[in-house]
Write a protein that binds this ligand. Structure first.
Ligand code: NAD
Ligand code: UDP
Length: 338
């Protein structure tokens, strides 16, 4: 298939591009580089040995999106583009609603106008609200912050589109906590400023960019009192997109929802200790207050994806830490500007 990868220069998109090409697909990346550096593309070309077409524009631009669909033959869209920082979404709700919903409106309109039926959408475990323990796809959706609401709303919009046009083939993929990096160490997550998420923060402590990890609370109702999450290697996540695309080509369901997680929870301290094993030394931390809005425990029930996609996450926490550390130690400041 020829696949438009929206947000294909970002963290998850870039890893997915590599696996799409390995699976025999062609890709067209659209990214406005709001949260990515153009050097990602050179590295993707080095890994894949291919020239990768990239169009740099804002997908909210309806005219440019329409022009693209009018001039390119496309079979499917994987829609990663959007803003994703929970805390920032509380500060800038309008920007989050505008960008996340706007890109989806523009893309889906163009898809329908040009008869492109297959869409894989980046959703999140955040749509389970405060009920994320062994989450199954049939749980009611809700949210606790504007970012989460954008995902709940985009899912609802896509469900409504699928009712109105049953020829659509839409996959809602609910990711748990993506971490790790490509095994080459040349592409990975490159957060701007102070990382919000645990794994990139630990990696920056290990490389000396941050003094110590702050553990947000050790009085949760979990085995060691720290928060438990379902960390999934970004390579496994990328493979889930390839599997979902294959499934969309053979299903009769206009819309499907799949959790992408391992089904196993890991605590903050367990992840820290796994990272210490990867680095070969202890890392400094202190326990501080809980972070507002955090829940104790989140992990997937991934059995539907296993049954229907034939997909299962294969990589261990130690694999995730080893690959994250290779990326971070080879690129202590992230991607170069040019
Ligand atoms: P990312 O920020 O690395 O990638 C998103 C990409 O989209 C960036 O390259 C950015 O430049 C681009 N983009 C943003 N707005 C755009 C616009 N208007 N037009 C064109 N390009 C635009 O994020 P990621 O971690 O790769 O996440 C990808 C998707 O997965 C997002 O939708 C995110 O909400 C979702 N998701 C991520 C996580 C996670 O923890 N990383 C978890 C669950 C869901
Ligand atoms: N966390 C932490 N220190 C940090 C960042 C995160 O203790 O600097 C904890 C957080 O409280 C949660 C877990 O690590 O229990 C995962 O947080 P992250 O932000 O990575 O993912 P999310 O909470 O969005 O699932």
């Amino acid at each position: 298939m020829r696949v438009l990868v929206s947000g294909g220069a970002g963290y998850i998109g870039s890893h997915t591009v590599i696996q799409l090409i390995a699976a025999g697909h062609d890709v067209l990346i659209v990214d406005n580089f709001a949260n990515a550096k153009p050097t990602v593309v050179n590295r993707l070309e080095a890994i894949t040995g291919r020239h990768l077409p990239v169009q740099a524009f804002d997908l909210r631009d309806v005219d440019k999106t329409e022009h693209l669909f009018a001039h390119e033959q496309l079979d499917a869209v994987i829609h990663f583009a959007g803003f994703k920082a929970v805390g920032e979404s509380v500060e800038k709700p309008l920007e989050y609603y505008e960008n996340n919903l706007g890109t989806t409106f523009s893309l889906v309109r163009a898809m329908r106008r040009h008869g492109v039926a297959k869409l894989v959408f980046s959703s999140s475990a955040t749509v389970y609200g405060t009920d994320q323990e062994s989450a199954t796809e049939d749980r009611p959706t809700s949210a606790t912050n504007p970012y989460g609401w954008t995902k709940v709303m985009q899912e609802q919009i896509l469900r409504d589109v699928a009712v109105a046009d049953p020829t659509m083939r839409i996959a809602l993929l609910r990711y748990f906590n993506p971490v790790g990096a490509h095994e080459s160490g040349t592409i990975g997550e490159d957060p701007t400023g102070i990382p919000n998420n645990l794994m990139p923060f630990i990696a920056q402590v290990a490389v000396g960019r941050r003094e110590k990890l702050r553990v947000f609370g050790d009085d949760y109702d979990t085995p060691d009192g720290t928060g438990v999450r379902d960390y999934i290697h970004v390579e496994d996540l990328a493979a889930g997109h390839v599997a979902a695309l294959a499934r969309l080509a053979r299903t009769d369901d206009p819309i499907s929802t799949w959790n992408l997680g391992t089904g196993t929870g890991t605590s903050v301290l367990e992840l820290l200790h796994a990272f210490e094993r990867a680095v070969g030394r202890e890392l400094p931390y202190e326990v501080v207050e809980r972070r507002a809005g955090d829940i104790a425990t989140s992990y997937a029930d991934p059995s539907r994806a296993q049954a229907e996609l034939g997909w299962v996450a294969k990589k261990s926490i130690d694999d995730m830490c080893a690959d994250q550390w290779r990326w971070q130690s080879q690129n202590p400041e992230g991607y170069p500007d040019a």
